[in-house]
Structures are given as structure tokens and as C-alpha cells.
Ligand binder design. Structure first.
Ligand code: EPU
Length: 422
């Protein structure tokens, strides 16, 4: 198992870039199932989660291939006329987002058998809303031996109002509705940029979706879709993580090929904390002041502050001047980084969904480990700031969602390396 060793060595400087967005790539790769033929996806990050999704598709009979050399960000997927519509437990248990094949399989092949994802480190995470959406469109849904099984002749468009806002639930329903007969009206839809991006790709395939990016989405079903060639949007969470790396080290970093608009809520908070953040073309530059000051933050669905940046911002606030209050409203258990940050000298108290973070002038390096992706990123950031050596174990969590994070940080001057751990 790999670990990452960091020795805090002062400000990061220079230019880096954002890779393609993990949470846009996953539904988009699943959407290929809707259109037999050969798809070309560009700017696809080379991450463990993306490899898992490609494995899910290949298990069903698709043929995926990542190009080499300069075109290594390109993935080709050949989708046959008939697939074996099953996502097995062995794959779904490693990545919940495998459930994104449920919508397209039901819509295009009339049948799906997908292992039911269990809870995960950040919460129980049920999929009742995904199933509610499919049932509203006429699918029969059964739970058998830990698998969700769906059957449908042709789905029929219908109005669906989600009981709560769900990102992959909205994506699953969109992918089901595009081939349904008639109109589907999705209310209380997720507004995340990744949902908008999926709709863009589906429309390129020939779907008729309007309103994506707002909380009401209209889908007029079509009879068939065709394969696409599409470049995926930049990863706003990776961008935000790199900006916090600049902030926590008192540095000056330009993240190129970013999507500034999608990151507005994070940029606002970093500015409030005293950082100078400017948009330069498709890039975002952060110039840190001396020590950041405390800010309060509450995670919310887009366009609120993203839960996927909460742990990273908390690492920064742990070093701020003053006391910050961080409220997590999306997941019930997303404070696992707190205990590890405390091991590095952070002063953080948690009460339910709220963390009170009293900034300290300097964290100190320690061996730490994380139980999820963004918590790992937060510990790497804390390590960049800390005095002495930090060893972050269980790096496979980080590798699920960041492409070469340590290489990007090293190029900015960080003293960071990957080592083999026991
Ligand atoms: N929920 C339900 N029932 C459902 C669906 C969701 O109760 O049927 C609850 C969840 O348990 C959670 C809340 O609703 O408390 C929001 O969950 P959502 O469905 O929006 O999350 P998700 O679609 O499973 C995606 C991202 C997550 C990100 C969340 C929130 C992907 C592949 N994953 O998950 O990304 O945190 O939206 O923005 O898009 C990450 O990248 O680190 C990550 C966890």
C-alpha cells in the first residue's frame, strides 16, 4: 500500500492545471450505454474511480481503451447492440457511482441488475430517490439478493419531484428519461455543473433536455441516440484543492484550464479568508496574504459551498487567525478528518453537524490516515503547512479522485513523495 510523505517547506509557487472532472466523467462514461457505436471522450482523468467505471462497462460487453502518449487523456468506448446488463458486487462495492449504469441500462436495454451500494465512510447514502425516479417512469424495481433489478418495456415520461436534492439521482433519471416516450419533468433537480455537463453530452447524442443547471429539468424522450466525441469539463474540486494548497503555504499559484464560474462559492470563501483570488482567462490565481483569517462556512448543494471542499477548507481554517464554524449539511459523517487533523495539532471540536475550528499558528507533522477521498486531500494540505514530516497512509483513497496530486504539488515546490508502506 502506498503512503505520501510531506515535509512542510514554505510557499508553493508557479503554474499547474486542472484535470478533467471525476464527477462529470463517471456519469458521462455510463451514458455511453445509451448509444451503441464508438464514443470518444477527451480530458478523462486517469483515476481509480474512472478505471472502475470502465471495468463496469467492459464487464457488460463494451470495449474501452485509453490512448497512449500525448493523447492519454482520451478514452474510446465501443458499445455493442446488446450488453450483459449487470454491475456485480465486486465492482460496486469499490465505487458507489457504479449505480449510474442503472438509468441507461433500464432505458436502452429494458433490464438492469446492479448490486445495491451499501453505506460508506461518509454516510448511509441510500438510493431510494434513484429508484423512485425509475419507478415513476414505469420501470419495475425489485431487490433480490443484494441486487437492484429493473425491468421495463419502454419507459414513459412522467413528472418526478425528488424528496431531496441528489446529484447522481438526478443524473440517473436524466439518462433514463432521454429514451422514454414523452416528456419527463424533473423537479427539485440537482444544479451541479456536472449535471449540466451530462445534459450537454446527452444533447450531443441527440437527446432533448432543457433546464439543466436549474432545479427544473425538462426531457422530451427520443427513439435513439448516437455516439459522441466530447471533452469533459475541468475538475472544480481538484482546482479548489490546489488553490487551498497555495493558501495554506502562503504561496502564489495559477491553476490553468480551470472552470472559474463553477468554483465561485469556493473562491468567495478564500477571498473572505484574506486570499487574493483572480481569474486569468481559463485560469484561477491565488496569492496568499500573510496568515488567513477565520471564516464560517456551511456546505450546501450547488450553488452553495460544496461538501467535497469542506475537509480541505477545514485544513486551511485550522491554521487561520481566529475561530471558524464549519457546518456540514449534506452528509452525516463527513468529519473523519477532524481526529487526524487534531493529531497534527489542530484545535477542532465537533458537535453533531458542526465543527468549531480554533486556528493555530502552526500544525506539526504526524503519521495520519484517512477513510475517504476528500479527508485524505485535507491531510495532504495540512502536511504542506506543518512543521516536520507528515505521512498520509491509505493513499488509495486519494488516488480515487486526484490525478497525480503529489506530482502537481511537487512541481509547485512542495517536498512530497510517494512511498511504499507496509
Ligand atoms: N440521498 C438519499 N437518497 C438518495 C440519494 C441521496 O437519501 O436516493 C442523500 C445522501 O445520503 C446524501 C444526500 O442525499 O445525504 C446527497 O447525496 P447525493 O445523492 O447528492 O450524492 P451522490 O450523488 O451520491 C455526488 C458526488 C459526491 C458528492 C455528492 C454531493 C458523484 C459520483 N459523487 O454523490 O462526490 O459529495 O454528490 O455533492 O458525483 C467525492 O467526489 O468525493 C464525492 C463524494
Amino acid at each position: 500500500m502506498d503512503a505520501i510523505v510531506i515535509e512542510g517547506n514554505g510557499p508553493l509557487h508557479g503554474e499547474t492545471y486542472a484535470s478533467g472532472a471525476k464527477n462529470a466523467a463517471l456519469p458521462i462514461l455510463a451514458s455511453a450505454l445509451l448509444a451503441p457505436g464508438e464514443h470518444t471522450f477527451r480530458n478523462v482523468p486517469d483515476l481509480a474511480d474512472v478505471r472502475t467505471m470502465l471495468k463496469v462497462l467492459d464487464t457488460m460487453g463494451c470495449e474501452s481503451q485509453r490512448l497512449k502518449g500525448k493523447k492519454q487523456d482520451t478514452v474510446l468506448i465501443k458499445v455493442p447492440q446488446r450488453v450483459h446488463p449487470e454491475a456485480p458486487y465486486e465492482l460496486v462495492k469499490t465505487m458507489r457511482a457504479s449505480v449510474l449504469v442503472l438509468g441507461p441500462l433500464t432505458a436502452r436495454y429494458g433490464r438492469a441488475r446492479v448490486s445495491m451500494p451499501g453505506g460508506c465512510a461518509i454516510g448511509a447514502r441510500p438510493i431510494d430517490q434513484h429508484l423512485k425516479g425509475l419507478e415513476a417512469l414505469g420501470a419495475e424495481v425489485d431487490l433480490q439478493e443484494g441486487y437492484v433489478e429493473t425491468r421495463a418495456k419502454r419507459l414513459k415520461g412522467a413528472p418526478v419531484t425528488f424528496d431531496l436534492i441528489t446529484v447522481t439521482g438526478t443524473e440517473n433519471l436524466l439518462m433514463a428519461a432521454v429514451l422514454a416516450k414523452g416528456r419527463t419533468l424533473i423537479e427539485n433537480a440537482a444544479r451541479e455543473p456536472e449535471v449540466e455537463e451530462l445534459a450537454r453530452v446527452l444533447n450531443k447524442m441527440g437527446a432533448r433536455i432543457s433546464g439543466a443547471g436549474s432545479d427544473v429539468i425538462t426531457v422530451d424522450g427520443v427513439d435513439e441516440l448516437k455516439p459522441v466525441d466530447h471533452a469533459i469539463i475541468p475538475d472544480r474540486i481538484e482546482t479548489g484543492t490546489l488553490l487551498v494548497a497555495a493558501a495554506i503555504t502562503g504561496g502564489d499559484v495559477l491553476v490553468k484550464r480551470a472552470a472559474p464560474e463553477a468554483l465561485e462559492p469556493v473562491i468567495q470563501k478564500l477571498r473572505e479568508a484574506g486570499c487574493k483570488v483572480t481569474v486569468e482567462g481559463d485560469g484561477i490565481r491565488l496569492v496568499a496574504g500573510s496568515r488567513v483569517h477565520a471564516v464560517d462556512v456551511k456546505t450546501q448543494e450547488h450553488p452553495g459551498f460544496p461538501t467535497d471542499m469542506q475537509a480541505q477548507l477545514m485544513a486551511l481554517l485550522a491554521t487561520a487567525h481566529g475561530t471558524s464554524v464549519v457546518a456540514e449539511t449534506i452528509f452525516e459523517n463527513r468529519f473523519m478528518h477532524v481526529a487526524e487533523l487534531r493529531r497534527m495539532g489542530a484545535d477542532i471540536a465537533v458537535d453533531g453537524h458542526t465543527a468549531v475550528v480554533r486556528g493555530v499558528a502552526r500544525l506539526s507533522g504526524a503519521p495520519v490516515m484517512a477513510t475517504d477521498l476528500r479527508a485524505s486531500a485535507s491531510l495532504v494540505l495540512a502536511g504542506l503547512h506543518a512543521a516536520g514530516k507528515t505521512k498520509v497512509a491509505r493513499v488509495y483513497h486519494l488516488d480515487r479522485g486526484y490525478e497525480r496530486l503529489e506530482k502537481k504539488l511537487r512541481a509547485l515546490g512542495a517536498k512530497i513523495r510517494r512511498v511504499k508502506d507496509r
